[in-house]
Structures are given as structure tokens and as C-alpha cells.
Design a protein around this ligand. Structure first.
Ligand code: UDP
Ligand code: MG
Length: 332
């Protein structure tokens, strides 16, 4: 980017601004009212910004949707998109991005683990000419040792496996420029690992460090099953490395076989005895069988994803929209 390019961007970024804040919510009845209050206070305090708050109800089975309807009735800047069932965090997030109309779009979890007030800093960075401003967790309070360790390992594994440079310990708490949102919307992939996709699109990205607090109330909506699914999406959508693993396994097994042959030969020459052996044989057969099944499983993961993709089903379905016709106010 040339000097003058940067200056041009500044010019565009000084004026009044439409911001959409996307909040995916799944069974968040305990926190949602407070979340709205904090977000409202936050966006009111950012000068020159007209904000819309877009809550995506990801098929909640508690009172989240009713509370959201009430919130929308009292705040004309609130939009509620209710999905027809639980599609998962990443798809709820994508639905929000698709329905956001702001020049800039912020994404934040509903549980107030990420401080909404940081959005003001995000906007300031955006005005400086950055397109993606993402929060990186310096400390994470109130999360189990297991979650911290697995998250730590996962981000390092991702970095090692993937060609896309996905930053360590960054979540989905971000601010995106319209051009980035459009880029994401042009990516029709089903198994969406949004933070990876954002790294992939490029543009000018910058990190802001922050401390992540504990969930305000309620329990994590990412049980182990969803966490594993999420991690696998990250790996299989951003790396072909696992496929190569099969090749490496193959070479390794063949190498072992060669060593076995030499070993047997030497034994035979040395003491002219029969190589003792059905245990060895059994181990070798089991080992090879294991390697083959693992390789098949890895291929299966990719094939399942191809299958899901070619069916071309919509990514999510919307059951209800609240507040979208109220372009009455800010137009966002
Ligand atoms: N979430 C969602 N759909 C889901 C699971 C989670 O929309 O199927 C939302 C949830 O309401 C929250 C965000 O995604 O706003 C992150 O979930 P959570 O805080 O439970 O995850 P954690 O912070 O424990 O990783
Ligand atoms: Mg959380």
C-alpha cells in the first residue's frame, strides 16, 4: 500500500459510520439482557457511529428468543434473526454476517467473556486503516485446565499443519471491514472455521491483546463433542496435511518391514535357528491393519466434507426475523 493509498483510506474512514454488532446466542437467557445493556452502552459511547445490534438466535430451547423479542420492542436498533434449529456457533455467526449491513461489522459472544468496551478500540484501529481487528486472549479466566491445554495445543497444531497463518489464541471477537465481510460471504464452504477463513482472506489485519473473563452466567455451549467437531473443521478445512500422513505411515511401515527382513536374515545366519515368530507376525498384521484403517478414516473425513458440499443445501434456515423492517432509524 502506498502512502497516498493510506491517506485515501483515512479520508473514507473519518466520516459517520454504520456499525453492525453480530451476537450469536444459543440458550443464553441468563445473560442476554445484560449483554444488550453493555453493548448498547458501548456503542452509544463511540462517537460518529450509528449502530445496529444483530442477535442471531441459534435455535435456543430456553427463553432467549422471547427475551430478544422484548429487547427489540424497546430498542429500535436491535435486529433478531432466529434460525430454524441449532446450526452451531460458526453458522450462526455466518448468518449474522450475511444479514449485517454496516460499513463495519463487529462479532462478539453473548456471554460477555469478551469485553464489549473493546469494540471502541477496534473502531479506532479501523479508522487508522486496518480492515480486520481481532482480539488475542492474554489471560483466560474461569476456564478449565483441560480447555486451556487443549486450546493451546490446538492453535499450535493448526499453525503447524495449515498453510494459512492462523494467529494463536485469537477467537471470533473481531471487527471486520465491509470488504472483508463481502469476501467471507463469497466463500460458500459449509464446514466453516470462520477465524481461519478471516486469516485466509488477507487484507490489513491487526491484533489487540485483552484479558478474557469468565462467562457471566450459564454454562459453556461448547461441550467436548462440539469442541472436537470445531477442531476437526479447523484442521480438515485448512490443511491437506492429514492426507500426507497416510503416505508417511506407509513409508514407516515399509521401513519397519525392511528392518524385520534384515533382522530375520541375520538371526538365521547366526544361529541357524528358525526365527521365532507368530507373535511378531500377529503384531505386524495388526499394525498394518491399524495404519490402513486410520488412513481410510482420514480419507473418509475429506470425502464426507466433499459430500456435504456437493449437496448444496443452504447453510442455515431462518424461522423468524424481528426488527429488520425498522430501517426507520439508522438504516443499518
Ligand atoms: N453458540 C451458538 N451456537 C452453538 C453454541 C454456541 O450460537 O451451538 C454461541 C453462544 O451462545 C456464545 C458463543 O457461541 O455466544 C460462544 O459459545 P460459548 O461461550 O458457550 O463457548 P466458549 O466461550 O465456552 O468456548
Ligand atoms: Mg464463552
Amino acid at each position: 500500500m502506498t502512502e497516498s493509498g493510506v491517506r485515501n483510506t483515512h479520508a473514507r474512514r473519518d466520516g459517520p459510520l454504520k456499525l453492525t454488532v453480530v451476537v450469536p446466542c444459543f440458550d443464553e437467557e441468563e445473560v442476554i439482557v445484560e449483554t444488550h445493556r453493555r453493548l448498547r452502552a458501548t456503542v452509544d459511547a463511540i462517537p460518529g457511529v450509528h449502530a445496529a445490534l444483530l442477535f442471531v438466535d441459534d435455535g435456543s430451547s430456553d427463553h432467549t428468543l422471547e427475551l430478544l423479542r422484548q429487547i427489540a420492542a424497546g430498542d429500535s436498533a436491535v435486529r433478531v434473526l432466529s434460525l430454524s434449529r441449532n446450526f452451531g456457533h460458526q453458522l450462526a455467526l455466518s448468518a449474522g454476517l450475511e444479514h449485517a449491513t454496516g460499513d463495519i461489522v463487529a462479532v462478539i459472544d453473548a456471554d460477555l467473556q469478551d469485553p464489549p468496551e473493546l469494540i471502541a478500540e477496534f473502531v479506532a484501529k479501523w479508522r487508522d486503516g486496518h480492515d480486520v481487528i481481532y482480539g488475542v486472549r492474554r489471560h483466560r479466566h474461569g476456564e478449565s485446565g483441560f480447555k486451556l491445554t487443549t486450546a493451546h495445543l490446538f492453535y499450535r497444531l493448526m499453525r503447524w499443519m495449515s498453510d494459512t497463518e492462523i494467529p494463536y489464541d485469537a477467537g471470533d471477537f473481531r471487527l471486520l471491514d465491509r470488504s472483508v465481510v463481502n469476501a467471507l460471504l463469497s466463500m460458500p464452504e459449509r464446514d466453516r472455521f470462520v477465524r481461519g477463513m478471516i486469516s485466509w482472506v488477507g487484507f490489513r489485519q491487526v491484533a489487540i491483546q485483552y484479558d478474557r473473563s469468565a462467562r457471566l452466567a450459564g454454562e459453556t455451549k461448547y461441550p467436548l463433542r462440539k469442541m472436537i467437531r470445531f477442531a476437526l473443521d479447523g484442521i480438515f478445512s485448512f490443511s491437506a496435511q492429514p492426507l500426507r500422513l497416510a503416505t508417511y505411515f506407509g513409508f514407516f511401515a515399509s521401513g519397519l518391514a525392511v528392518v524385520g527382513v534384515i533382522y530375520a536374515f541375520v538371526l538365521r545366519l547366526a544361529n541357524d535357528s528358525v526365527v521365532p515368530g507368530w507373535a511378531t507376525l500377529l503384531i505386524a498384521v495388526l499394525f498394518l491393519g491399524g495404519v490402513q484403517l486410520v488412513s481410510l478414516g482420514i480419507m473418509g473425513e475429506y470425502i464426507a466434507r466433499i459430500y456435504g458440499q456437493v449437496k448444496q443445501r443452504p447453510l442455515y434456515l431462518v424461522r423468524e426475523r424481528v426488527g429488520f423492517d425498522s430501517d426507520r432509524h439508522t438504516g443499518t
